[in-house]
Write a protein that binds this ligand. Structure first.
Ligand code: F0G
Length: 456
């Protein structure tokens, strides 16, 4: 296995609660892991967002962060790095990805328009719809087969996009947004061929083409590994080629920015930039800090350079692939092939005795916490299903999945072995796991604040 190109210098303790303490903690959290305290968790795989470890170089840079209100030195460091990486002439800083989404969609989309994506991430979907537009997903057909090992199951369905643009709704398409990698669909990458096809269609129909590039480096790594013609290219060159194809991007830099907070919008169009900038200043902060501190901008300027290091990406991809192997050897199936930032467990198949209305993905996630103090997120009917007024499931999600997100540079091989062992024990006797019912739910983005109770 490729060695990670770093050693550990600063550590923090993790919690080891007893089984009784975990059961009490989960009950008090309304059986929703989002409501747990982080110090009740042993291995936290809830998100890879803002959860990575920073480097000594990042902390050194942060120490000299310039906190001037306008025109800070740290801003120019950040701008130079992001502009060099992406090639976009305009860069606007934001405090995280969804702030960039809100500003971009609020400026670019009009009510009644359609934003088309390979798959919108949940906050992205919400921000499109809050702008009055419709978020429509057109994932490629291969994505529907969780077991197939097609290399680019994150792609958009190009034929469906072409048909939409040429059809009666074509005039309403205000934006095509490609999520790289496709976090909503198994962390699967998008090929450069797919991005080129999208660009050609967008050009033909005069529709803006943007990237949601939260995991731009990880997508580039998977292109290098899987797409013919890219083996000899650096991840940085491949990422740049992707940015070159698009008219702009939104990036949550909490992922491949290797920092705990931050994001940006990249743009080519002068007029769109001016309008987004006005919105940014009114709602996030002046255009040379956008809601970020100077020390954040410094960490990000170093992070976007560190993240494209082939040694780092190779070791991270190998660690995830190794965890995938351990989990499948233990008898738990995952969405294939393994991506980099997360693994998606097929809970529907592991717990066939639970119906979708009993939320098998949620049950498996809760069991991982009860048995091992491991926190993760359900991506099944609790997250995507539609409910009636009494919180009963009306339309289930297509799959009952659980996401194990892997924070960057945080956990060691031993932690991953522990996760695999905990899953192996569950897989030996899955029938002891019971389902859940919803007790109360918020109006949108249900999974964050829903409260549940175990079924008898
Ligand atoms: N786009 C994608 C593809 C994402 O995965 C996320 C966040 C966002 C946009 C929003 O960025 O959190 O900085 O506002 N994903 C996190 C996750 C939360 O756990 O997958 P943000």
């Amino acid at each position: 296995m490729p060695l990670p190109p770093y050693r550990i210098k600063v550590v923090e303790p993790i919690a080891f609660l007893s089984a009784e303490e975990r059961a009490a903690a989960l009950g008090a959290a309304g059986y929703n892991p989002f409501n747990l305290r982080a110090d009740q968790i042993t291995v936290d795989l809830l998100s890879d967002s803002g959860t990575g470890a920073t480097s000594a170089a990042q902390e050194g840079a942060a120490a000299v962060g310039d906190e001037s209100y306008a025109g800070a030195r740290s801003w120019f460091r950040f701008l130079d790095e992001v502009a060099a990486l992406t090639g976009y002439p305009h860069v606007l800083p934001v405090h995280q990805g969804r702030a960039g989404e809100r500003i971009l969609f609020g400026t670019l989309l009009r009510p009644g328009q359609i934003c088309v994506s390979n798959t919108h991430f949940d906050t992205t979907h919400a921000n499109v719809e809050l702008s009055g537009a419709e978020a429509r997903d057109l994932p490629c057909a291969e994505a529907a087969d969780l077991d197939s090992r097609e290399p680019f199951k994150g792609n958009i369905d190009v034929a469906a996009l072409a048909a939409l643009l040429a059809g009666p709704d074509g005039e309403r398409v205000g934006l095509v947004l490609m999520t790289i990698t496709n976090n909503g669909l198994g962390a699967q990458p998008v090929s450069m061929a797919n991005l080129r096809a999208v660009r050609a269609l967008c050009r033909e129909h005069g529709v803006p083409f943007f990237l949601d590039a939260a995991r731009f480096a990880e997508n580039a790594w998977l292109v290098r590994e899987r797409e013919p013609g890219y083996a000899g290219r650096t991840p940085r060159e491949i990422a740049r080629e992707a940015f070159d194809l698009a008219d702009g991007c939104v990036i949550s830099l909490k992922k491949d920015g290797l920092a705990s907070i931050g994001g940006c919008i990249g743009l080519r169009d002068d007029d769109l930039h001016a309008r987004c900038e006005a919105n940014l200043i009114a709602t996030e902060g002046f255009s040379t800090y956008g809601g970020l501190a100077g020390h954040d901008l410094e960490r990000l300027a170093v992070g976007v350079r560190e993240v494209v290091d082939p040694a780092y990406l190779g070791a991270r991809a190998a660690a995830t692939a190794n965890l995938a192997r351990m989990i499948t050897d233990a008898g738990v199936e995952i969405v294939q092939p393994a991506g980099i930032h997360a693994l998606y467990l097929n809970a529907g198949r592991l717990l066939p005795h639970l119906s979708a209305a009993e939320f098998p993905g949620h049950s498996l996630g809760c069991q991982l916490y009860l048995d091992g103090g491991i926190r993760c997120a359900e991506l099944g009917s609790l997250y995507l299903g539609t409910m009636d007024e009494q919180h009963r499931l009306v339309t289930p999600a297509p799959f009952e999945l659980v996401r194990l997100a892997i924070p960057r540079r945080v956990y060691t091989q031993e932690h991953f072995e522990y996760v695999a062992e905990t899953l192996a024990a569950i897989a030996k006797d899955p029938e002891r796991i019971t389902g859940y019912r919803i007790v109360s739910t918020p109006p949108i983005l249900r999974h964050f604040k829903v409260r549940l109770a175990p079924l008898p």
